[in-house]
Design a protein around this ligand. Structure first.
Ligand SMILES: [Zn+2]
Length: 140
């Protein structure tokens, strides 16, 4: 796998190879707006957004995610990170569950203690580093 493809997989790039749908998601993210998608036919929500509904294959519509508070559904502590994230190890990746039931996987970047399932988390936005795009993360 080339370096370029690895970056695309992580979703941290505005590489020209991204689809227009994903490009729109990234542009909103850069304005600190997290988007979900809603199926125009059956109304199912997807987070992160999917361009087509998994149940009925209809096209979805991108809608802003307004929920900010979630609880920790699950987490992992990453001690052995891939090369691109090795400077951040060990780090914690958590699945947060919003009151609507939608779940989102992201890093927790401000932990001072061990994470706990059920702890409250808040959606935050920041750049990984200068010159990078804004990404979402969990804050505790
Ligand atoms: Zn559908």
């Amino acid at each position: 796998m080339t370096e370029e493809k690895k970056e695309l997989y992580l979703g941290y790039t505005t590489d020209k190879a991204v689809t227009p749908f994903f490009q729109e998601f990234l542009e909103h993210l850069d304005e600190e707006r997290l988007m979900k998608s809603t199926c125009s036919t059956c109304g199912v929500d997807y987070l992160p957004p999917r361009e087509h509904c998994q149940k009925c294959m209809s096209k979805t519509k991108m809608v802003e995610m307004t929920e900010r508070e979630a609880t920790c559904y699950s987490y992992v502590i990453v001690d052995f990170a891939p090369e691109t994230l090795s400077s951040k190890q060990p780090y914690v990746v958590a699945i947060g569950e919003f009151p609507s039931g939608l779940k989102l996987t992201a890093h927790i970047t401000n932990l001072t203690d061990m994470p706990k399932v059920g702890m409250p988390m808040k959606l935050g936005f920041a750049k990984e580093s200068e010159g990078k795009m804004i990404t979402y993360r969990w804050l505790v």
